[in-house]
Write a protein that binds this ligand. Sequence first.
Ligand code: ADP
Ligand code: MG
Length: 439
Amino acid sequence: MATHEIDDIFDDILERAKVLDPANARKWFEELTVLHLDGGSLVIGCPTEAAVQFLRDNCKNSFTRAAQQITGHLIALEFAVGDDVKSEGHPGRSEPGLRLHPDYTFDNFVVGPSNRLAHASCVAVSQSPGNTYNPLFVYGNSGLGKTHLLHAVCFESREKFQKTVIQFLSCEEFVNRFIRAIEEGNLIGFQSQFRSVDTLIIDDVQFLREREQSQEEFFHTFNALYNNGKQIILSADSPPGKIPSLEARLISRFNWGLVARIDPPSYETRIAIIKKKAHLRGLSISDEIAEYVARKVQANIRELEGALTTIYAVATTTGSEIDLGLAQTALEGQIKASARRISITDIIGVVTNHFDVRLADLQSKKRSQSITEPRQICMFLARNLTNHSLEEIGGHLGGRDHTTVMHACNKISQVKDTDPKMNSLLSDLTKKITQPVQT
Ligand code: ADP
Ligand code: MG
C-alpha cells in the first residue's frame, strides 16, 4: 500500500477512535504515526513513553475497534515509541517503570492564587532537587491538582537531569511493596531500592495512617534520603498534623521543609483550566461556554474536566457544533446516554422519511441518484453515530459489502466538506436522529 493511502486510513482510524472515546481524545494524537501496518497488525508510533502508557491504559480498546471498523479486518494493535517521531516541545521521555500521565506537565498546569505556592515550590524543587525545600509537602482536597504537580516535577527533572533517579509511587504502592518484601524475605532489596534514589515522591501519604510498620520503615527511608541531601516530595489530603494516627516523629519531619496548601480554584482560574483542557483535546471553546461550565462546577477540577468531556462527547456523537445550548443540554443531562444508543433502524427511519423513499428501495439494487444518495447518507450516518461494523451496516442496506459502505462514507464525507447544503442536511438529520423522544 502507498504511504499516503496508509496515512489516509490512519487519519480515519484516529477520527473514529475520537468518536468512540471522546474522553481520552488528545490533540497530540496528531503526532502519532504508523510504524507498521501489515495484514492484521498495526503498530502505532508515539512521541514519548508516557504517551505509550497513556494509550495502552486508556485507548487500546477504542483504537482497536476503530481500526477494525475502518479497515473491515481484525486488527491486533500495539503502541511503541516511534523512532522517527519528533519529540520537541513534548514532555521528556520517561524511564520505564516511571508511569507518568502525558497531560500532567507544568505547561498544562494553570497557576492561580489557589495553587501558586504549591506550583512555585514544585518548580523550584524540580530545578534544584535537594537544595530548596526538603521535604516538600503539598496538601489539599481531592481533585485539586496534587498528583498533576508531582508528575510535572518528574517530567521537569528528567528533562533537566537526564541521569537522575526518581522513584515515584502512591503511598498505597509503597505499603504494598513493603508488605511483599517482608513476605519474600527481601527487606534489604526493598530498602536499597528506596534509599538509593535522588528523588523520592510519594503521593497520598495519608494512606500511611494506621500502618505502623510501614510508618516505621518510611521513617528510616526518609532519614536515609534526607541525610544524603536527596529530595523528598509528599502529598496528602490534609496537613501533616491532621493526618490521623500519624506518628509524631513523622509529623515533625514532614514539617521540616515547606508545607504548601492547594485551595479550590477561583472562578477565573476555573475558566483558564477549562480552556487549557479544551486545548489539550484539540477543541476550541468559546468564552461563553467556559464561563458557563466554570459557574456550573466549582469545587473539584476533576469534575470540571468531566463536564468538558460530557459536552465534547455529546457534540461528537451528534455531530453538532459546541454552543451554549448544547453545553446546557449536555450538562443538565437531558441528552443523557440516548445519543450513544442510536440504532441503524433509527437512522434509516429518519432518512427514508426525509427523502420520502422506502426502505425496500434503499435495500434494492437500484442505482438512480434519488436512491443512491439517501442510501449513502444512511451508511455515513450509521458509521458516525453507531458502533456497528461496515459489514453490519452493509447488511442492513441490502447486504452490501464493507468496501461499498466504506466508499459511500468517503463519498459523503467529501461532499460534506465541499457542499454547505450537504453539511447542513447531515447536521439536521443528525439532530433528528439524536433528539430524545419528547414525552
Ligand atoms: P489530586 O491528586 O489533588 O486529587 P489531580 O492532580 O489528580 O488531583 O487533578 C485532577 C484533575 O484536575 C487532573 O486531570 C488535573 O490535570 C486537573 N488539574 C488540577 N489542577 C489543575 C490546574 N491548576 N491546571 C490544570 N489542570 C489541573
Ligand atoms: Mg491524586
